[in-house]
Write a protein that binds this ligand. Structure first.
Ligand SMILES: [Zn+2]
Length: 142
């Protein structure tokens, strides 16, 4: 598929900025992990939702996920997204537990299905932001 056209790059702040910088630094999806109890959390929070600890780090995630929910966009007001129409935006349930929103360029509306195994990859867009793509998993049957 062709490269993503130039588009507006969000400028995250506070804990979101820490999250995106961890992803950019690792060059792959990283998720917040509690150093006290090991719980994975996304979106990032200042205190663990399981044990309330403020001791956390961002650790590389497997990228393995399944489709929890999705929507199909047939119209976009953003010119850089129009070449991809219709495209699928997915709520991915990560193997580690948390859910994350990703868009797909290679899974069309005719192929998407709930529970489908997918792989989440990051694409660095700036030193402070990355976008997440959902790709067909090698574990999928053809
Ligand atoms: Zn915890």
């Amino acid at each position: 598929m062709s490269a993503t056209p130039h588009t507006m790059i969000p400028k995250p702040d506070e804990l979101d900025l820490v999250f995106y910088r961890a992803v950019v630094s690792a060059g792959k999806l990283c998720i917040q992990r509690c150093n006290a109890c090991g719980a994975w959390t996304h979106p990032a929070r200042y205190y663990c939702p399981k044990c309330s600890s403020a001791d956390f780090a961002f650790a590389p995630a497997s990228g393995r996920a399944t489709v929890y929910s999705y929507t199909v966009s047939h119209v976009s007001m953003e010119p850089s997204w129009q070449p991809f129409l219709p495209y699928v935006t997915i709520v991915a349930e990560l193997e580690e537990g948390p859910r994350l929103v990703a868009t797909s360029r290679d899974i069309g509306p005719e192929r998407i299905a709930l529970g489908m195994p997918i792989r989440i990859v990051s694409e660095t867009k700036s030193p402070d932001f990355a976008i997440f793509w959902a790709e067909r998993s090698e574990e999928q049957k053809p």
